[in-house]
Design a protein around this ligand. Structure first.
Ligand code: ARG
Length: 258
């Protein structure tokens, strides 16, 4: 009897294993592997929440169009994780996401902790002010109340100005929309943020305008980030981006969402 039980349990275990393996195999056939992008959907026209349905789930924008296309090129299902901008690099290095697509400027500091794709978009920091403001250049921001967004390159630009010259007082907000609200309510005098997003935030608001200063702000390029050393994914992303840059896909997305 004991022997019978032993054989029976071995048979059961084998049967269970076979079922488990076939179940996995079947699953792989029907379900594509996921490519998870981290973003921060507070940055129109690159990424924002469209409650009526976006390009990927509820997420819409230029970057979402790019992410979707990369997924298609890699024959993977694209998924989006919406994370605070400040926490994106940590999420990538934790393995929570496979790549970051967030209008993220390629810079030396970030290159210490991630690898960047080829650049896919060029932008520059600009100043948003009230239409009647006397701020005409970055130097005019001295002794004014400056608002930036936490962790954005706009913050580092203003920080640099402050360190070099003194007299630049800034406050960092969690979201671009919060900084704009401060400006509209007169609680700050200027918001420093990326050019296209600035244009998008202003929209048809008559009381705000953009001031540019190309001598103070260098142009910036956006790239997709992967975990350091993940060349396999990076090469695939680069190939996909090259195609999208060459065939006008990115230009078209910029027109569509811009
Ligand atoms: N280009 C700026 C930077 O890299 C701002 C990016 C903000 N992106 C976002 N998805 N919130 O810091």
């Amino acid at each position: 009897m004991k022997k019978f039980l032993k054989i029976a349990s071995v048979v059961l275990v084998v049967a269970a294993l076979v079922t488990a393996f076939t179940a996995c195999g079947g699953k792989q056939e029907t379900e594509k592997k996921a490519l998870v992008f981290g973003t921060n959907a507070e940055f129109p026209p690159f990424e924002f929440v469209n409650s009526e349905g976006g390009t990927i789930d509820k997420f819409d924008g230029i970057d979402m169009g790019i992410a979707k296309k990369i997924g298609e090129d890699l024959d993977m299902e694209t998924k989006i994780e919406n994370i605070e901008f400040d926490s994106l690099i940590v999420a990538l290095n934790n393995g929570q996401v496979d790549a970051l697509i967030a209008g993220m400027t390629i810079n030396e500091e970030r290159k210490q902790s991630v690898d960047f794709s080829i650049p896919y978009y060029t932008a520059v920091q600009v100043m948003i002010v009230k239409t009647d403001s006397d701020i005409k250049s970055a130097a005019d921001m001295k002794d004014k109340r400056i608002a930036v967004v936490q962790g954005y390159t706009g913050e580092s630009c203003v920080k640099d100005l402050a360190e070099k010259n003194g007299g630049y007082n800034y406050e960092a907000f969690k979201k671009g929309t919060e900084a704009i609200l401060e400006l509209e309510n007169g609680r700050c005098d200027v918001v420093v943020i990326d050019s296209i997003t600035a244009k998008n935030f202003i929209g048809d608001k008559q009381d705000l305008k953009i001031v540019e200063d190309s001598t103070a702000f260098e142009s910036e390029q956006y790239g997709i980030a992967v975990k350091k050393g993940n060349t396999e994914l990076l090469e695939k992303i680069n190939a996909s981006l090259e195609k999208m840059l060459a065939d006008g896909t990115i230009d078209n997305l910029a027109v569509k969402f811009g």
